[in-house]
Design a protein around this ligand. Structure first.
Ligand code: ADP
Length: 257
């Protein structure tokens, strides 16, 4: 694959990370954070050393989705580096762990804060850093991609026809940056009831995505009350039910990133 486009020298904090995976979506509320967190804990369950960087400073979800004991990031006064929070062995950095709630600031400042959190964190040696990207494909996302040399991207969407346009935008952004999109996850795709499978938002746009953009993997994730409940409770679904069918879908996704 072509070398990713990122500006300048690799920041010291990122030098011992083997793979940086962006989980991205064009809109909020499609399940991007849910997928980033469950993917991270799936990889950790497979024995990998994993970190999650929640880059969404306007609406950080990580503090709700996982429950580390220490919910505030600590700064090492000598090295001026940040000690990540940790839950079940996964290192966690989020604006939501800085004690400042949600950010109210302009784009360039947001980029500065994101880059500082990402590059001054003591990630140590990691096999995977999962970045929960801010929704969209604007300046903040581009700047972030220039700071972190991304290995691959996973695009999250919902099955509606309209969402197809979003996927196209995401694929275009990553292809400009020479980052391969390895998978599309169609979230909230179906539910099972009375022995039947229902597709409330229709079917078929996923196949169109695979054909048109040549993305090698497509995953359908069901609408599942346990997924939303686990997101609210602080224990990821794949941790709460490691043998369940949702966990199996994430294992397949984990293998392809
Ligand atoms: P985003 O990061 O795209 O804004 P989130 O991951 O925060 O989206 O998900 C938005 C809401 O939808 C959360 O409450 C989450 O628990 C819920 N959710 C996400 N995926 C599913 C799913 N497959 N089934 C049920 N609820 C889901």
């Amino acid at each position: 694959p072509a070398k990713p486009v990122f500006a300048g020298e690799l920041p010291k904090g990122l030098q011992s990370i083997s793979n940086i995976i962006a989980v991205s979506s064009c809109k909020g509320g499609v399940g991007k954070s849910t997928i980033a967190v469950n993917l991270a804990y799936t990889l950790a369950g497979m024995g990998a050393r994993v970190g999650i960087f929640d880059a969404d400073v306007y609406g950080p979800s990580l503090p709700t989705m996982v429950s580390p004991e220490n919910r505030l990031l600590e700064m090492n006064p000598e090295t001026r580096t940040i000690l990540p929070a940790e839950y079940l062995g996964v290192k966690l950095v989020s604006f939501g762990f800085t004690g400042q709630g949600r950010a109210i600031m302009r784009g360039p400042m947001v980029s500065g804060v994101i880059n500082q959190l990402l590059t001054t964190a003591e990630w140590g040696e990691l096999d995977y850093l999962i970045i929960d990207m801010p929704p969209g494909t604007g300046d903040i996302q581009l700047t972030l991609c220039q700071v972190a040399p991304l290995t691959a991207a996973v695009i999250v969407t919902t099955p509606q026809k309209l969402a197809f346009i979003d996927v196209a935008k995401g694929v275009r952004m990553f292809s400009k940056l020479k980052v391969p999109c390895v998978a599309v996850v169609e979230n909230m795709c179906y539910f099972d009831a009375d022995g039947k499978r229902y597709y409330p938002f229709g079917k078929g746009s996923g196949t169109q995505v695979v054909q048109q953009f040549g993305i090698p993997h497509l995953f359908d994730l069901p609408i599942r009350s346990t997924l939303s409940a686990s997101g609210d409770s602080g224990t990821p679904e794949v941790v709460a039910d490691p043998q369940g069918d949702v966990a199996k879908i994430f294992q397949d996704l984990g293998v392809c990133v």
